[in-house]
Design a protein around this ligand. Structure first.
Ligand SMILES: Cc1ncc(COP(=O)(O)O)c(C=O)c1O
Length: 444
């Protein structure tokens, strides 16, 4: 037993109120990681577990990369904290410059927060402030999409479209509406990459514009690939159509790229991958390889410029966090970009994508498999739900997978996969092969 585990008393598990977790059942049979390196975690009882989910979609360059660890260590000893309200420190500026250099053309300014949720709420506020700064203060509605996930803060929960995440918390924000989701099992099941059917679902925005009037709508926020809720890949042409409708009506399009940014699809950003230019991009997770919490909002020049009015001594955006551009996070992000660029990881998923697709789709026909989806280095296997017990089937397979030494993510009745971008073909074979054995072996 490792030192970390042996120092835990049973009762020690009680105090931590775990997020998005069945606390009571977890604490009866905890699953604890105590170390990580490259593609693998080590559990408290000394087992190696292959990471099929990049932690929580964030450790794109693999775990405990020495370059990133060293950068954080060095920064902690050099400058632990300096605020960025009316003050600054060089790493924050360097970090922003590095990031805009790999962002899609035109995204030349970055606002920092500490998570995807903060990036999303910052983006929503920037969208509202942008219209007001241009004299369109009536544009205040925010449009999300059913089944979308935009983090757990109030703004992100409101524009998010997951019933379970919303139902406890009342009306959240006024003036929010949702597009229809894009999942069409009947026509698109077992699609490889982008489904053929459903570009017309973008026209649902026209319905909401007819209902609310474009003069009241500030922004539409979507995940280019909706990952957290079960991996919904956008139908061919859908994002292009959505962008065109937004442009026609002076509605800002926000791509929530908290998962897709930094190489997940095989291009630096999903905006690059799909060839669609939104107005604002949110990111987090892979930004620091998961090593230090950080979120970043990328905006195009005209959005930043819209705020740069009035006396030069006046604050232009009354928004920010104590830890916006924290030195440790900036050091981690710069080191992460070094690793991603030096090793070609921002595009490596494009080299692996067709091999990955073949292997993920090889699970077709296994018990209860209802659908398989993939794009870039993302995969999803959806199961027929057990009557009156939604989610139980995927959870049982997640537990068995963990027992057999692979980490996958269960969300609803979907098993999602998103391994670190350093994965080899042999490791893909191991991951999918083991998952296949799991699907064969769990009887329910
Ligand atoms: C698309 C998207 N937006 C926002 C978030 C929230 O990020 P965080 O958990 O860092 O707040 C997530 C997290 O999974 C996400 O997938």
């Amino acid at each position: 037993m490792s030192n970390a585990m042996s120092s835990l008393q049973t009762n020690d598990l009680d105090a931590f109120w775990m997020p998005f977790t069945a606390n009571r059942s977890f604490k009866q049979a905890p699953r604890l990681f105590v170390e990580a390196s490259g593609m693998y975690y080590t559990t408290a009882d000394g087992r190696r577990v292959m990471d099929g989910t990049s932690g929580l979609w964030c450790v794109n360059a693999g775990h405990c990369r020495p370059e990133i660890v060293e950068a954080i260590r060095k920064q902690a000893g050099e400058l632990d904290f300096a605020g960025t309200f009316q003050m600054g420190h060089p790493k924050a500026f360097e970090c922003a410059s590095r990031l805009v250099n790999i962002a899609p053309p035109g995204f030349d300014h970055v606002f920092f927060g500490n998570s995807g949720s903060e990036a999303v709420d910052s983006a929503l506020k920037i969208a509202l402030g942008y219209h007001r700064a241009r004299g369109n203060g009536g544009k205040t509605r925010l449009i999300g999409r059913e089944r979308g996930y935009h983090g757990s803060n109030v703004g992100g929960t409101a524009v998010g479209g997951i019933g379970a995440n919303r139902k406890m918390f009342g009306p959240l924000l006024a003036g929010v509406d949702h597009l229809r989701h894009t999942h069409d099992h009947d026509r698109n099941a077992f699609s490889r990459g982008q489904p053929v059917h459903g570009a017309d679902l973008a026209d649902d925005l026209e319905r909401l514009i007819t209902l609310h009037d474009a003069s009241t709508i500030a922004a539409v926020i979507v995940e280019p690939v909706a990952c957290s809720v079960g991996v919904y890949v956008p139908p061919q042409g859908y994002l292009q159509r959505l962008a065109a409708i937004c442009a026609k009506h002076d509605i800002l399009l926000i791509f929530d790229e908290v998962i897709t940014a930094f190489g997940r699809l095989g291009a630096p950003f999903a905006a690059d991958y799909f060839g669609v230019t939104p107005d604002i991009i949110t990111s987090a997770k892979g930004l620091t390889n998961g090593a230090v919490p950080m979120g970043a909002v990328f905006v195009r020049g005209e959005i930043y410029d819209a705020f740069m009015q009035g006396p030069e001594s006046a604050i232009e955006l009354f928004h920010g966090y104590t830890y916006s551009g924290h030195p440790l996070a900036c050091a981690a992000a710069i080191a992460t970009m070094d690793v991603l660029q030096a090793e070609g990881l921002l595009t490596r998923a494009s080299e692996l994508a067709s091999y990955w697709e073949e292997r993920v789709h090889s699970l077709v026909g296994l018990p209860h498999v209802l659908d398989i989806r993939n794009i870039g280095l993302i995969g999803a296997i959806e199961f027929e739900p057990i009557a009156d017990a939604p989610g139980r089937r995927a959870h049982a397979r997640f537990l068995e997978a963990f027992r057999r030494g692979i980490l996958v993510r269960a969300t609803g009745d979907v098993i999602a996969l998103a391994p670190p971008l350093i994965i080899s073909k042999d490791e893909i074979d191991h991951l999918i092969g083991t998952l296949g054995e799991v699907l064969q072996s769990v009887a329910d």
